[in-house]
Design a protein around this ligand. Structure first.
Ligand SMILES: *[C@@H]1O[C@H](CO)[C@@H](O)[C@H](O)[C@H]1NC(C)=O
Ligand SMILES: *[C@@H]1O[C@H](CO)[C@@H](O)[C@H](O)[C@H]1NC(C)=O
Length: 334
């Protein structure tokens, strides 16, 4: 089982953290606030406004990736890394250049919403995500200021040939969660969300089919909903074709959706509002680094090249499917 590392700077990482805490219990607990929430639409991000509402990150990857993040939108456009063809938001990586391992890394982008949010229901309709490809580490997440003070919510994340999604929270000290009320198949790796705890945060592995990587893409993508309120953080997923009508009608009612993939319950063990605030929405695709690179040697990818960086540098065409294609992201609040 892969530990989930923070997407921001992590000083030292203890690999191979033993998995604790075992089982998810599928129950319908009345304390789950999501059943009661009524939401209205605050922001829609789509091909019409995405690149004027999100900013490109430049500089070295805080997670140590072999990536050359392009900070200029016009250069990213002319390099074919981003476009808004067919009313969709495309964010890809360079898949034609053979690089040297001494280069800055493979060109890619990382974007953050200019607007920050506290609480809300974030509904991402995604047509394609980076595939389950050796060397890659894609993520869709939210992050607050002064990490880890403002917290981090990792909604979609994985590395290398991973086929199912990992969902993780990172906080400052003093927040631990339980996942009572999650779907069966969701397994808690660590209940302590403290990012100082070996960088792992509190996260789950999931078994939801077609919800990550290559299988997500082959099945035509889908919709992720993340609800964040005082009581906790909850995540649902549906493939296209099974999305609840209240979502497609623009009037989501979380109480109609049944159990989430994961319910991260705060309550008396985590004051959610003091650990999660003012978060920006982020998408990125990085390579190797503190997670994909750290587990390369023990992964099924290890035979492909002498190192993760060497594989990523030398095999551009492997990364043709390493792109996000987003229909929309809608942010609702109560
Ligand atoms: C939990 O049970 C109540 C009462 O049966 C029901 O109204 C509610 O929709 C259920 N919530 C979920 C998330 O299944
Ligand atoms: C999980 O957390 C909620 C919210 O704090 C709490 O009400 C519930 O009793 C906890 N469940 C378990 C099994 O610890």
């Amino acid at each position: 089982m892969s530990p989930s590392y923070s997407l921001l700077a992590v000083a030292s990482l203890a690999l191979c953290l033993p998995v604790t805490n075992g089982l998810a219990i599928a129950t319908n607990d009345s304390y789950l606030e999501y059943a009661a929430a009524v939401y209205s639409l605050k922001d829609t991000y789509n091909s019409a406004n995405f690149f004027s509402s999100f900013s490109l990150f430049s500089g070295a990857d805080p997670t140590g990736g072999f990536v050359n993040y392009q900070g200029s939108l016009s250069s990213a456009q002319s390099a074919g890394l981003v476009n808004t063809n067919n009313n969709q938001v495309y964010m890809g990586v360079d898949h034609t250049s053979t690089l040297s391992t001494s280069s800055a890394g493979r060109p890619s982008i990382r974007v953050s919403s200019n607007k920050a949010y506290t609480h809300g229901l974030f509904i991402a309709d995604i047509a394609h995500m980076p595939g389950s490809i050796c060397g890659t580490w894609p993520a869709y997440w939210l992050v607050g200021p002064n990490w880890p003070a403002g917290g981090e919510i990792d909604i979609i994340e994985g590395v290398n040939t991973q086929s199912t999604n990992d969902i993780t929270l990172h906080t400052s000290a003093g927040c631990s969660i339980n996942i009572s009320g999650s779907q069966g198949g969701t397994v808690l790796s660590n209940s302590n969300c403290n990012a100082g705890n070996a960088g792992n945060g509190c996260g789950v592995t999931t078994t939801t089919a077609n919800a990550y990587g290559t299988s997500f893409n082959n099945n035509g993508g889908g919709v992720y909903a993340m609800q964040w309120e005082t009581s906790g953080v909850y995540v649902w997923f549906w493939p296209h074709g099974s999305v609840p009508a209240d979502i497609t009608n623009g009037a989501p009612v979380t109480g109609n959706w049944g159990l989430p993939i994961v319910a991260f319950n705060g309550g008396s063990t985590c004051a959610v509002d003091s650990h999660f605030y003012s978060q920006q929405i982020v998408f990125d695709t990085t390579f190797c680094g503190q997670w994909a690179g750290a587990v390369w040697g023990s992964s099924s990818c290890s035979g492909l090249a002498s190192s993760c960086n060497a594989y990523v540098a030398g095999n551009p065409s492997a990364f043709q499917q390493s792109y996000w294609l987003i229909n929309s992201i809608k942010v609702y609040q109560q």
